[in-house]
Design a protein around this ligand. Structure first.
Ligand code: FMN
Length: 412
C-alpha cells in the first residue's frame, strides 16, 4: 500500500506517509520537556508513525499562550535532545511546531504591559487575567520576532529535530497577520494579501538562513479561518503559492481560529462539562457555564472534513502536501494518496491509540475507535497532560506517572 511506502520532505526520508499532528501535550517541566513528554513521543514513534510532532514550542517567553508552555532556549537543549534521541531509537523522525501567540494569550509573565499583535484590539481570552487590551507590534518587534523564529529553528536543529513546523494557522501570531479580520494595519505589514504575507515570508527567510538548505521546514496553514470576515480559501491558495515560492518544503493544511471558532478545526463533540471540570478558576468556571454554549459553537464532524478545500491547494502547488482533519481509517489514508496528497497527519486517532499505524500495517485493524468526543481537549489541562478520556488504561498510566512525578521531571 502506498501509505506504507517511503516519502520525502526536503532532504528528509520518512519511513511511511503518516505524521502525528501536533496536539498540545501539557507535559512540560519548567517550561521545557518532561520525562512524560519523552515517553509520549517515544510511544507514538514505536506505534509506527513516520514522524511525530512536538506541539507548540513558543519561540520566545512572550510567545507563550499561557505560562506553563514550553519556550525554546539554550537551557532546555539537553532535554530536547533526550526527546529526539528517544524518538529516533524507535525508528521515527521528529519535528517541533514553532509558534508565537501574538494577541492570543493569558500569560501573565509578559515582558510588555499588554499582549502584542498585528493591530490594536481586544483579547477576550486574557480578560480574566488583566490582558484584555492588545497593542500593535512595531517594525522593530516584527524584525525581532522573525529573528526569534530563526533562533528557535536553529536550536531545534541542534537538539536533533529532523524538521520544524512553523505555525501559520489557528489564529496565532502569523495567522493573525494573514487574516483580514485581525490584521487591520495600514502600513506595509497589512492591507493587501501581499502585505499581510510580509511577516510570514520574513520569518520563513530567516528560518531558512538559520537551518540551511536541505533541512525540512513545514508550515501549518489555514484553508480558511472559519468565521465571517476571516481568511477564505481563495487567499489561502495564494498563500500556499507564496509559501512554495518562499522555500517551505511542505504544507500541513488545517483551518480555524482558536479565539473565534475553537471547534472549527476539530469538529465533533463539545466537551463543555469536562472543560468546566478542569478549569481551576471559579470565576472562569461560572463564565463557561453561562456563556460556553454560545461562545463555543458546535461543528458537525465529517470524515476527511478538510478534503474539499485542500483539493484547491493541491491543484495550485507541486510541493508535498499533508492532508489533515478527520483522516482516520486505512481507507481514508489510501484515499488521501489517491487524491494526490503526499502525507497525512492524524491527531485524535493517534491519541486514542498510539499503536494505530502499526496495527494497520499488521492488518489487525482498518478503522480507528476514536469517536471525536474532543474530551482530550479538556484532558490536556490535567496534571500529567493529554490522554484519551475513553481509554481507562491511559488514564491509569497517567495517574501512575503523576504519582511518580515524571510529568515534573526533566529528562536530562
Ligand atoms: C488535544 C488536542 C490538542 C491540539 N493542540 C494543537 C497544537 O498545539 N497545535 C496545532 O497546530 N494543532 C493542535 N491541535 C489540532 C490538531 O493538530 C489537528 O489539527 C486536529 O486535531 C484535527 O486532526 P484530527 O482530526 O486528526 O484530530 C490539537 C488537537 C487536539 C485534539
Amino acid at each position: 500500500m502506498r501509505i506504507f511506502q517511503e516519502g520525502k520532505i526536503g532532504g528528509l526520508a520518512l519511513r511511511n506517509r503518516v505524521i502525528k499532528a501536533a496536539t498540545y501535550e501539557g507535559m512540560c517541566a519548567e517550561r521545557g520537556p518532561s520525562r512524560s513528554l519523552v515517553r509520549h513521543h517515544a510511544e507514538l514513534a514505536a506505534g509506527g508513525v513516520a514522524m511525530t510532532t512536538v506541539a507548540y514550542g513558543a519561540v520566545s517567553a512572550d510567545g507563550r499562550t499561557f505560562a506553563e508552555q514550553m519556550y525554546l532556549r539554550e537551557e532546555i537543549v539537553p532535554s530536547l535532545r533526550a526527546l529526539t534521541d528517544a524518538v529516533h531509537a524507535e525508528g521515527a523522525a521528529v519535528s517541533i511546531q514553532l509558534g508565537h501567540c501574538g494577541a492570543f494569550t493569558k500569560n501573565r509573565e509578559l515582558s510588555t504591559s499588554r499582549p502584542r499583535g498585528p493591530s490594536r484590539g481586544w483579547n477576550p481570552y486574557g480578560a480574566m487575567v488583566g490582558l484584555a487590551r492588545v497593542d500593535a507590534m512595531d517594525e522593530a518587534e516584527l524584525e525581532r520576532t522573525a529573528a526569534e523564529f530563526a533562533a528557535a529553528a536553529g536550536l531545534a536543529r541542534r537538539a536533533g529535530f529532523d524538521a520544524v513546523e512553523l505555525h501559520l494557522g489557528h489564529g496565532y501570531l502569523l495567522s493573525q497577520f494573514l487574516s483580514p479580520a485581525t490584521n487591520r494595519r495600514t502600513d506595509r505589514w497589512g492591507g493587501s494579501l501581499e502585505n499581510r504575507l510580509r511577516l510570514p515570508r520574513l520569518v520563513i527567510a530567516r528560518v531558512r538562513d538559520a537551518v540551511g538548505d536541505g533541512f525540512p521546514v513545514l508550515a501549518k496553514t489555514n484553508l480558511c479561518d472559519g468565521f465571517r470576515g476571516g481568511l477564505e480559501i481563495d487567499e489561502a491558495v495564494e498563500i500556499a503559492r507564496a509559501l512554495e515560492a518562499g522555500g517551505v518544503d511542505a504544507l500541513v493544511l488545517s483551518a480555524g481560529f482558536v479565539s473565534r471558532s475553537p471547534l472549527f478545526l476539530l469538529r465533533g463533540g463539545r466537551p463543555l462539562r469536562r472543560m468546566i471540570g478542569v478549569e481551576p478558576s471559579v470565576l472562569q468556571k461560572l463564565l463557561l457555564v453561562a456563556f460556553g454554549p454560545f461562545a463555543v459553537r458546535r461543528y458537525r464532524f465529517e470524515d476527511m472534513f478538510l478534503l474539499p478545500l485542500a483539493r484547491r491547494v493541491r491543484d495550485a502547488v507541486t510541493m508535498p502536501l499533508v492532508l489533515l482533519g478527520g483522516v482516520s481509517s486505512l481507507a481514508h489514508l489510501e484515499r488521501a494518496m489517491d487524491e494526490g496528497f503526499d502525507f497525512v497527519a492524524m491527531g485524535r486517532p493517534l491519541l486514542f491509540d498510539p499503536q494505530l499505524i502499526a496495527r494497520y500495517r499488521r492488518g489487525e485493524a482498518a478503522t480507528s475507535g476514536c469517536v471525536v468526543c474532543n474530551e482530550c481537549i479538556a484532558e490536556m489541562d490535567r496534571p500529567g497532560g493529554v490522554a484519551c478520556a475513553r481509554v481507562p488504561a491511559q488514564l491509569e498510566a497517567r495517574a501512575r506517572e503523576v504519582r511518580a512525578g515524571l510529568h515534573l521531571q526533566r529528562p536530562a
